[in-house]
Design a protein around this ligand. Structure first.
Ligand code: SF4
Length: 135
């Protein structure tokens, strides 16, 4: 969620292409439903916790060479899907990239057509991912 506090400087991350080999790269589907948006927030949270680094899933789908390269060099690819359609996983599979861990959030939270999400759900499912993926 955006940090709009005055005077707070943005935390600048290392570019994905510089850290891929050392990082758990996170690929979220960012779907337009509660489960997709929760997945997005989990990607942000894991990145800000220093447990992983969110990268641009859409860029992989678009065939962006630098991003295909990042997915190929990643220490691990952690894929966060909102529902059983597994769109983010299919993006990596279609690109021929390995998936080291994937989750379907709708197994833990009912998919609802809303963009309103709750921090408690983000925290609960993030913890499942941290535990299962050993982040
Ligand atoms: S996995 Fe589900 S929530 Fe995510 S983009 Fe695909 S259809 Fe939408």
């Amino acid at each position: 969620m955006p940090n709009e506090k005055e005077g707070v400087q943005p935390r600048i991350l290392h570019p994905c292409h510089q850290v891929a080999e050392q990082e758990n790269m996170v690929w979220v589907c960012d779907g337009a439903a509660n489960v997709g948006q929760i997945g997005h927030e989990i990607g942000v949270l894991l990145t800000n916790l220093g447990k992983a680094r969110m990268c641009c899933t859409t860029a992989v789908a678009a065939g962006s060479k630098p991003h295909l390269d990042i997915a190929g060099r990643a220490k691990r690819n952690i894929v966060i899907n909102g529902c059983g359609n597994r769109c983010a996983s299919k993006v990596l599979e279609n690109a021929g990239k390995k998936i080291d861990y994937e989750i379907d959030i709708s197994k833990y939270l009912r998919k609802i057509p809303t963009l309103d999400i709750y921090e408690a759900d983000v925290q609960r499912i993030a913890q499942i991912i941290i535990d299962e993926a050993k982040l």
